[in-house]
Design a protein around this ligand. Structure first.
Ligand SMILES: [Cu+2]
Length: 656
């Protein structure tokens, strides 16, 4: 609460100018009134921050690098950008969603655009888009600011250490820091250790900005992230090293009094190295080496303009990404076997986007967004190309796709209520795994997956609506939210009985294909009641449905979920008691290899107290998660790996 007063890390551009186009924000490094924030403060992982967003669920393959799922759609249908920069993961087993390559200390906030109303830089976002906003001190902030974070959690002996500094003046700013996390195997409810759930991560970052003149700004960013010895209890392999290098340089021109506000052009480059490791696993029949590489360079140029009635953003972007992965198997005694699993696919993608937020007057607003993108892909690895060609005779080495989206949203705001309705259409190109992946084993259903270069683009029509009422003089707020996605050519793995699997113990082979149609519907109800100045009750219920073209349940769709919490605030103390749970997953994707997940409920408590020592704030946070030490797994725990048992955490944050 107190840190609201300390706003050195408030980068004006990121939250104020375009907040009406954003559906949800989770603030990572500054507390904001009415905005969501993790109870663990900055020591919380990115995954814990993401879990605060109501449209987001997380697929867990271990205790590190969870995969964000937006509106019950995973990575393939979600666009994730870092400050507008494209970045692609390098693991064929999805061990490294791009959110795993940043740290809480790098970020100001995480912005979520639900559904097809994506941010200007996102492409292929049917489910939604996440933009990770980097934390920049900005000009004219505190001349000097430093921050130290220390955290400890009993379950898995998680240790977190972080420090960052910032310097700011009228014409120059720079901020940077380092963050370190280390965890041993955690214990599930009941006390049993979950083997191979350890991890270690180091992150360093630096940002700088120079004002060349009153209206011209040059800004640069650098992030280095390295995770080592990461265990994945839900998979057959662990990670020896996952390393990212992310960098950008941007030039921004601002106009003081004109229809045009700003024009920003950013060039960026990032690369990811991913090395898997099965040498620590017992009973490995055939040892494998499976490295992956991803590198992306690109640019975007964004013009913002406004005249009181219109708020316009026009964006051009271009990126080139290369993905390569291979596998060497060492059957005891025999000669090693080599396979290319991602055939060094080069993707050149370019697009234009236009957003307009129109104030129609009298509390009526209209938001329009559209994007068209063209891409060309080339399979640069001959060996990989020829291997895939055996299954798809006549396949080409080059492919072109055109994708696009258009969405409109109308809102009316009155004193005590608000109504939003929207509609959109959008398409996405198949991912590299879906189009060109080669014998990728999926531990979820024990099938080997082969890509399909003949896939059609997937598209969806989205309809959404939301309403919010205020009662009891604004003390009570009720919100109802629903969206529905009607897919055409929905991409999913389909049985292929004519092929036999490569992986030992695999059930069979699946090849990606298009389903004629599929439907996903998400609904939620939110009640927030300020019962007294010191007491707030917050409840959220969510329900979703996913159906394929035969009317059977799609996999990984959330069952009925609920969260209810009481927050107490008294002077510099803030406390929270929370109940979270899911009902039994009755509609599970049996056809797709999913198994039923039982109902569960857990309780959490947390508290926060801020002390001022010689004008420096010291914030102490502590809490207990899973109070009753319940053993449970959620529907999104890969291969039903159990969640953490009781966990006590303490963390200290010191502002200098
Ligand atoms: Cu991997």
């Amino acid at each position: 609460m107190i840190s609201i007063l300390l706003v050195p890390f408030f980068y004006v551009d990121s939250l104020t100018t375009s907040s009406h186009t954003i559906d949800e924000v989770v603030v990572v490094s500054v507390a904001g009134e009415g905005r969501k924030r993790s109870v663990k403060g900055q020591v919380a992982s990115i995954d814990e921050h993401l879990s605060e967003l109501s449209h987001v669920n997380l697929v867990r393959r271990g205790s590190y690098a969870w995969e964000p799922v937006v509106n019950n759609m995973a990575t393939e249908r979600v666009a994730t950008t870092i400050d507008g920069m494209k970045i692609f993961y390098a693991c064929t087993d999805k061990m490294d969603p791009v959110t795993s390559y940043v740290e809480s200390s790098n970020l100001q906030s995480i912005l979520l655009n639900s559904g097809l109303n994506g941010n200007p830089q996102s492409t292929g976002n049917i489910g939604g888009s996440l933009d990770l906003k980097l934390r920049r001190t900005g000009f004219n902030a505190d001349p000097f600011h430093a921050n130290v974070d220390v955290g400890y959690e009993t379950n898995g002996h998680l240790q977190v250490y972080g420090a960052d500094v910032a310097v700011s003046s009228q014409h120059f700013y720079t901020n940077g820091g380092v963050f370190y996390r280390h965890a041993d195997n955690y214990k599930e409810g009941g006390g049993r250790k979950v083997q191979f759930s350890q991890f270690q991560k180091v992150n360093a970052f630096a940002n700088a900005g120079v004002k060349l003149s009153d209206s011209n700004i040059l800004e640069g960013t650098f992030i280095f992230d390295r995770a080592t010895d990461v265990g994945y209890p839900a998979l057959n392999m662990d990670v020896a090293k996952a390393e990212a290098f992310i960098t950008s340089l941007s030039y921004k021109h601002q106009w003081a009094e004109s229809f045009l506000n700003s024009w920003e052009t950013k060039a960026y480059y990032n690369h990811i190295t991913h090395v898997m490791d099965d040498t620590k696993r017992p009973d490995v029949e055939i040892h494998m080496d499976m490295p992956g590489k991803s590198w992306t360079s690109g640019l975007y140029s964004l013009v913002s303009a406004s005249n009181g009635r219109h708020d316009i953003q026009a964006n051009y972007d271009l990126y080139y990404n290369r993905l390569f992965a291979d596998m060497t198997m060492y059957p005891g005694g025999a000669a090693p076997m080599y396979m290319v699993t991602w055939p060094d696919v080069g993707t050149l993608n370019t697009g234009v986007a236009l957003n307009d937020h129109i104030d129609l007057g009298g509390g009526h607003q209209l938001h329009l967004s559209t994007k068209v993108a063209w891409q060309t892909q080339r399979l640069n690895n001959e060996e990989g190309y020829h291997a895939l060609r055996v299954f798809f005779p006549g396949m080409k080495q080059n492919y072109q796709q055109v994708t696009g989206r258009i969405a409109a949203n109308y809102a009316v705001r009155r004193k005590n209520y608000e109504v939003n309705v929207g509609a959109g259409w959008g398409s996405r190109a198949p991912t590299v795994t879906e189009a060109y992946g080669y014998y990728l084993n999926n531990t979820f259903n024990q099938y080997d997956y082969i890509g399909n270069p003949r896939l059609k683009n997937e598209s969806a029509i989205e309809l959404n609506g939301a309403t919010k009422w205020q009662m009891l003089n604004g003390k009570c707020q009720i919100g109802l939210d629903a969206n529905a996605f009607f897919f055409s050519n929905y991409i999913i793995g389909q049985f292929e009985t004519r092929l036999s699997p490569m992986t030992v113990d695999a059930e069979g082979v699946k090849v990606y294909g298009n389903l004629d149609h599929a439907t996903i519907v998400n609904t939620s109800l939110n009640v927030k009641w300020k019962m007294a100045t010191w007491l707030t009750w917050d409840t959220r219920l969510g329900y979703a449905i996913g159906r394929d073209d035969k009317g059977d349940p799609l996999p990984l769709i959330s069952p009925f979920s609920y969260t209810s919490s009481l927050t107490f605030a008294h002077r510099r103390f803030q406390g929270k008691a929370e109940l979270r749970g899911n009902s039994r997953q009755t509609h599970y994707g049996k056809k797709y290899g999913e198994t039923v997940t039982s109902a569960w409920v857990i309780g959490n408590i947390s508290g926060q107290y801020t002390l001022s020592i010689q004008r420096h704030d010291l914030t102490l946070r502590a809490g207990v998660e899973n109070l009753a030490d319940t053993r449970y797994t959620t529907y999104s725990d890969w291969c039903d790996i159990p969640q953490k048992g009781r966990n006590v955490y303490v963390n200290l944050s010191w502002q200098l």
